[in-house]
Write a protein that binds this ligand. Structure first.
Ligand SMILES: [Zn+2]
Length: 338
């Protein structure tokens, strides 16, 4: 009996000890702050730091950008204290296919006096596109690129550099066909648009922005209406650099752009990263724009392009030949004499 009573007592004592230990380890500890929580004062300091940093960069983001890719280091650091830079970033809601550029669309006027948008067509292309990227990087500024689908397929690594530098990328058809030509029917024009976007997407490994520029600025009305149904914004221009014209030189490109922009006071500038003379002209042109008091506006899309699966698949099929045989090499190739 004594033994049994002793055992019972020991059990009760153990139970109390275990309960006490559990209470001690699992109780909220009022004397310590909860882990990984930033105090109010610290949060305020962080916010103030972020605001000061934003002010230093002198970039005004006018709206939130959902689903944006991570900000590249190139965007937040600028080694050139006198750089042209980016004065503001605008976000475009492409619903219904709005048109920009006073040469064809006069409804939406979003640029203030002395504001310009730098646009580049027909790339990506070796030497010239990288030279354009370098000139833009040296001035810590950003452009809007309209690559050709086929060129994106030839040089995906160059197009990836454009994206990595933080520029905005739309599309400029599959093969640079004139969509207003009588040679193309409505379906063929749609195919040019859709294949262009799918090819750019495949090259980038990510959807581009739903921004489109018509080759040669030939706006086919049926295709304009179609782009509206696809929620793709159209970019014409306010001034053409004429950098593709025969006899063009870097000096002529600078002269043409500066004369036109000084007359208009602002505008979307059409250039070609495909063209050697544009690549050569750009450092001087950016310097002249800065000296003239012009400011660069960067264009971004509210949401990425929604490509159509059938065109994505068609592009993949174009780039990959079918595999006819899966037999191993030893069964296909035999050494018959040595
Ligand atoms: Zn073009």
């Amino acid at each position: 009996m004594r033994n049994a009573a002793g055992l019972m007592l020991a059990t009760v004592v153990s139970a109390i000890a275990i309960a006490g230990l559990w209470f001690w380890t699992s109780s909220p500890r009022a004397d310590l702050p909860p882990p990984q929580t930033v105090g109010a004062a610290q949060a305020e300091r962080l916010t103030a730091d972020a605001s000061a940093k934003a002010a230093r960069e002198d970039v005004e983001v006018t709206a939130a950008i959902p689903d944006k890719p991570p900000v590249s280091p190139a965007k937040t650091t600028c080694a050139n204290p006198n750089a042209l830079g980016v004065s503001r970033v605008v976000e475009i809601d492409t619903t219904g296919g709005p048109g920009f550029g006073f040469e064809h669309f006069k409804q939406l006027d979003f640029l203030a006096d002395k504001e310009v948008v730098l646009t580049f067509d027909d790339g990506p292309w070796p030497v010239n596109t990288p030279a354009v990227l370098k000139a833009l990087a040296d001035e810590c500024t950003k452009g809007l690129f309209f690559p050709i689908g086929k060129h994106a397929g030839y040089h995906p690594e160059i197009l990836k550099q454009v994206a990595a530098a933080g520029h905005t990328i739309g599309a400029h058809t599959w093969s640079h066909a004139n969509l207003n030509s009588k040679k193309l029917n409505e379906q063929q024009a749609k195919d040019e648009v859709e294949k262009g976007f799918s090819a750019v997407k495949l090259a980038l490994g990510a959807a581009p922005s739903p921004f489109f520029r018509f080759p040669e600025l030939q706006h086919n009305p049926a295709t304009v209406a179609y782009l509206g149904t696809r929620n793709i914004a159209i970019f014409s221009c306010d001034l053409d650099s004429f950098d593709y014209k025969k006899g063009s030189t870097a000096e002529k490109v600078v002269q043409t752009v500066m004369t036109k922009v000084d007359k208009l006071g602002k505008g979307i500038i059409l250039m070609h990263d495909f063209q050697k003379h544009t690549a050569e002209a750009l450092p001087e042109l950016l310097r002249r724009l800065k000296a003239g008091g012009y400011k660069v506006v960067q264009i971004k899309a509210k949401a990425p392009m929604q490509t159509l699966a059938e065109y994505d698949e068609a592009i993949l099929k174009d780039t990959k030949l079918p595999v006819a045989s899966t037999r191993p090499v030893t069964s296909v190739v035999q050494t018959v004499t040595e």
